[in-house]
Design a protein around this ligand. Structure first.
Ligand code: URA
Length: 242
């Protein structure tokens, strides 16, 4: 504050007028107080104003995982126990992409370790593969409270991590599990029904990587009669290996 500002504040104070001073402008803001440079971390900003990560900035999958574990770019980071970057073979032919961690995944920091995960493991085994042979990740890396759908700005902040992972693994086929990851990976309208997404061979962006959409294992647990259709999707995915 300049001497003039101080004089003006003193006079206004004598007149009974409170002078508000921005804490962001203050030199004596306590440690941990928000300052303009904190916007680089994103944690103190309005979600919409946080700059997204550049998916091309990472050297390798470990670096993506480490940045994801410390990410504070959206409000989901405040509620999580653990971020869940994804796991599996860095040179996998198959990549399975779910929606977002649930309670078990949040507790363990690993994708698909709850009931849906058990079913996904069985689906992978039915293809003659183990979890170690494939790469499993989620579109959103932190658990949304009460398993709600992720908000648009949360998706926007998180997508570069998944894009970086796909670019590094370079799978021969991508299986999108459920509508959220399918719409995200295909840049489809948020109301596009699953019936229009599954049963076809799509391509992930301009990479030429075939992308197959199937039902989310959580849905299959609720609707076991759809497992037969999901198996057809997996066979369609396998046919892309030839
Ligand atoms: N559902 C998902 O979409 N991902 C998980 O990791 C667990 C449940």
């Amino acid at each position: 504050m300049t001497a003039l500002d101080q004089r003006r504040a003193r006079i206004l104070g004598q007149m009974g007028i409170t002078v508000w001073k921005s804490r962001l402008d203050s030199d004596d803001a306590p440690t941990g107080e928000s300052r303009p440079e904190d916007s680089k971390t994103g944690i103190f900003d309005e979600p919409e104003t946080v700059k997204t990560v550049d998916s091309g900035q990472f050297e390798n999958l470990e670096e993506v995982a480490s940045v994801v574990r410390g990410c504070q770019r959206c409000p989901l980071s405040r509620e999580r126990k653990n971020a869940v970057p994804g796991t599996g073979n860095p040179a996998a032919d198959w990549m399975f992409i779910g929606e977002a961690p649930g309670r078990d995944e949040d507790l363990q920091g690993l994708p698909f370790v709850g009931r849906s995960g058990q079913l996904l493991t069985s689906m992978i085994a039915a293809l003659g593969l183990s979890r170690d042979q494939v790469f499993i990740a989620n579109a959103i890396k932190c658990r949304p409270p009460d398993n709600r759908d992720p908000a648009e700005h949360e998706v926007e902040q998180c997508t570069p991590y998944l894009k970086a992972q796909i670019a590094m693994v370079q799978p021969r086929v991508i299986v999108a599990l459920g509508r959220i990851s399918a719409r995200l990976l295909l840049d489809a309208h948020e109301k596009t029904p699953m019936s229009l997404l599954r049963g076809a061979v799509h391509t992930y962006e301009k990479t030429g990587i075939p992308l197959i959409v199937t039902y989310h294992p959580a849905y299959l647990l609720r609707s076991p009669d759809q497992k037969r259709i999901a198996w057809q999707d997996l066979l369609l995915a396998r046919s892309q290996m030839n």
